[in-house]
Design a protein around this ligand. Sequence first.
Ligand code: SF4
Ligand code: SF4
Length: 334
Amino acid sequence: MTSTRSRFVVAVGAMLLLCLAAGAALPVSLQAQEPETPPPLSLDDLAALDALIDEDEATDNAVAEFDSGAVIDVAVLSAVLAFALFSFKKRSEPLKIVSWVLSIGYLGFYKASLVSVVDIFGALRASLPAFQDGQAYYLLIAFTLASTVFWGRLYCGRICAFGALTQLMDRIIPSRFRIDPPAWVDKRLVYLKYIMLGSAVLYFLASGDTLVYRYIEPFWMFTLNGNTVMWTLLTVLLLATVFVRNLYCRYLCSVGAGLGLLSNLTVFKIKRWGECSTCRLCEKTCEWGAIDGPKILVSECVRCDDCERLYADEDKCPHWLIKKHVATRAARVG
Ligand code: SF4
Ligand code: SF4
């Protein structure tokens, strides 16, 4: 009993001693953690501090400007794309022309941002821009791919600035200059663009050189930054386009070839009437050689809507004229 009590007393004593020791040590450790009073700043130190603050503010402003620039890019691009879609849905020639002008002005000369074979190279080597640095770029790519799957080569028909430029040229240049290649030549020439695409990809895979785009695509022209060979090739191309409408798009464009392949998945195709196999009015209207009798060649069609407007015209399309004629006769007989 005694020994138990004495052990208790010893333990309590030890605890008290420990507490006292800790209490004594605590102010020392708190004192040790207290910061020392800094020495007063000199004028030089203050100037250096000011410079640092200015630098931080400049960086913050640059980030803010970058973000607002990216937001504006995405907003304006969305408006251009939405307008193109609206003009397509309205099947309106004047709206389509406005859409071309927007594409040439904004996507062509202002942004110089078009889908290019370089994007295919980038996808092949998985080196596309980081998303946070290229929201507008990804919006354009996503729109192009999605619209191709939904409707076909809508990108070629309204968004691509070079395609818009050559289609606009076609509206301005008098038709007496035009040479339409015979159908059998046209049917073979359309395969050239697939050869261009395949050769460009093989060349890239073998050499890693992406700069080949400068000699197979005219899109660089919107940056107004080419060498003598590039300007010469472009001049020849544009001169040839005066005579053969949409020459580059129909026969030479690698991007058009890629989208042509993708457009085989098109969900919403152009409707055809039973009369289309014999009528051929649309076939003659199509500037892209994309109608063959009753068939629409989806890989060539750019959804320009020329045939669709004719197709819906009850005063021109034989489908409606025959229908009206049959109805009138039935009314007479009745
Ligand atoms: S075929 Fe090529 S150049 Fe023509 S509209 Fe399409 S992407 Fe543009
Ligand atoms: S006329 Fe018709 S088939 Fe020809 S490109 Fe235009 S939408 Fe396509």
